[in-house]
Structures are given as structure tokens and as C-alpha cells.
Design a protein around this ligand. Structure first.
Ligand code: ADP
Ligand code: MG
Length: 234
């Protein structure tokens, strides 16, 4: 059981202040949504947690221990996994080989059933385990990207726009899997463009604009389009 805390995090690329004093917390067995327009600082937040973006202020804590200044591979071994935007799977490798690559980032506390668990969650991957990943559909590739992250047996799962470019039916499959992942006790931080669906799914969702937290919404707010739109425009 691992909890993630982001405290007054600031990220800056030269003159661009991508994230400004953002605070949020993700507890085990919870999904926290991070939504907002393009350029809001969502990816920068995930990259900063992963040790791959320049943090200029604040803290990122895993079970109370700071991750700031640590290298991405060290952060991965402590149990944080990122499903990057655009999947980044290896098309020339088979499904199974892609999943085994995920094992390279296995956390120190892993108990060795990450691969089995990943296949259990996405049965279609087991059926296609010997196929080249490049031959899979977009939705299957996204499932593979998530499965690869899970193979490392993380305690915290970060996802960057997993529904991007997917048909609505496939989005259902991905979101259904996220619920199962949450129920297995992981802390999930979900960056999304599909605001309404994310607000409905997540235990709470933060709207980010210009690097700043604007408002936090709960599942009950999912039908309140006006509130959502005004949060985006604020
Ligand atoms: N590597 C980078 N170098 C310089 N600026 C960047 C870099 N990555 C992101 N930015 C800038 O930081 C801001 C936030 O970007 P990003 O975190 O990608 O937003 P989002 O994921 O919400 O679309 C944008 O203004 C973007 O242009
Ligand atoms: Mg992004």
C-alpha cells in the first residue's frame, strides 16, 4: 500500500512556469483525476513525479519520503510507474517481450506475479502474446502499455491520457480496467482530456489550468457541465 503526496510542486522550463504550487494526494485504492486544457501542466506534473522534469519548488512524497532529486529508475524501483502519452510500446517486439521489458522496472518489493496479473486484467493480450505489438489495434496497444506498467508491480500508477485516440467502446475497456486496478489497492493518478468521464470515474478530479489547481470535483459533479466548463475557462 503506497500513497503519493504532491506538495506545492512547481515545475519550470526556462521562462515557462509549467506547474505552480500544485498540491494533491493519492491514497491506495483511489483514482485521482487531473484534467485541464492543453498546456495546463498535466504531463509536466507526471514527469516531475517520475523525476523527469525540472522541479523548482515543493515536494513529491511516497509514503512520506521525498522523491525529489532521485533518478527515474530509482523512483520506478520504489514503486511508481508511468504509462506515458502515446503508449511508447515496441512494435517490433512481441506482446510478451514488451511485458517482460516492464519487469526491468520492477519494484524492490515485487512478489513476482506482475506478469500473470497483467494478463489476467487484459485477456486479449494473452491471446496475442506472440504477436508483434505493432500489429495490435490502438486499443490493444493501450492495454499493453498499461499492462507493461503493471508488470513492474507498482504501488502508484500514473497515466498520461490513456484514452487518447481510442473509440468510445475501447475507452470503456480501459476505464473498467482502471477501476479494477484501483480496487486491487493501487494509488492511481489519471491525466485525461475526457473531462466528464474522468470526473465520473475518479474519486476526485482536479482541474488544472495554467499550471494551477482551479477546482476539485467529485463524481457527483460529472453531470454539472456548466461547472466543468467554467472551471476550464477560469
Ligand atoms: N520539455 C519542455 N520544454 C519546454 N517547455 C515545455 C516542456 N514540456 C512542456 N513544456 C511547456 O510546459 C507547459 C505545460 O505543458 P504540459 O505539461 O505538457 O501540459 P499538458 O500535459 O497539460 O498539455 C506548456 O506551456 C508546454 O509548452
Ligand atoms: Mg500532456
Amino acid at each position: 500500500m503506497t500513497a503519493l503526496a504532491v506538495e506545492k510542486l512547481s515545475v519550470r522550463y526556462g521562462a515557462v512556469e509549467a506547474v505552480r504550487e500544485l498540491s494533491l494526494e493519492v491514497k491506495p485504492g483511489r483514482i485521482v483525476g487531473l484534467i485541464g486544457p492543453n498546456g495546463a501542466g498535466k504531463s509536466s506534473t507526471l514527469h516531475a513525479i517520475m523525476g523527469a522534469a525540472p522541479i523548482t519548488g515543493g515536494d513529491v512524497r511516497l509514503d512520506g519520503r521525498s522523491l525529489v532529486g532521485r533518478r527515474p529508475e530509482d523512483i520506478a524501483r520504489r514503486g511508481v510507474a508511468l504509462v506515458p502519452e502515446g503508449r511508447r510500446i515496441f512494435g517490433e517486439l512481441t506482446v510478451d517481450e514488451n511485458l517482460r521489458l516492464g519487469l526491468a522496472a520492477r519494484r524492490t518489493r515485487a512478489n513476482g506475479n506482475g506478469l500473470a496479473r497483467a494478463y489476467e486484467l487484459f485477456p486479449v493480450l494473452r491471446d496475442f502474446r506472440s504477436r508483434h505489438a505493432g500489429a495490435l489495434s490502438g486499443g490493444q496497444q493501450q492495454q499493453l502499455a498499461i499492462a507493461r506498467a503493471l508488470a513492474a508491480e507498482p504501488g502508484v500508477l500514473l497515466l498520461d491520457e490513456p484514452s487518447l485516440g481510442l473509440a468510445p467502446k475501447i475507452v470503456d475497456v480501459v476505464f473498467e480496467a482502471l477501476m479494477q486496478i484501483r480496487d486491487s489497492g493501487l494509488a492511481v493518478l489519471l491525466v485525461e482530456q475526457r473531462a466528464q468521464r474522468t470526473v465520473a470515474l475518479a474519486d476526485e478530479s482536479h482541474v488544472l489550468a495554467n499550471g494551477q489547481l482551479r477546482i476539485t470535483l467529485g463524481p457527483k459533479d460529472a453531470g454539472d457541465t456548466d461547472r466543468l466548463v467554467s472551471a476550464y475557462l477560469a
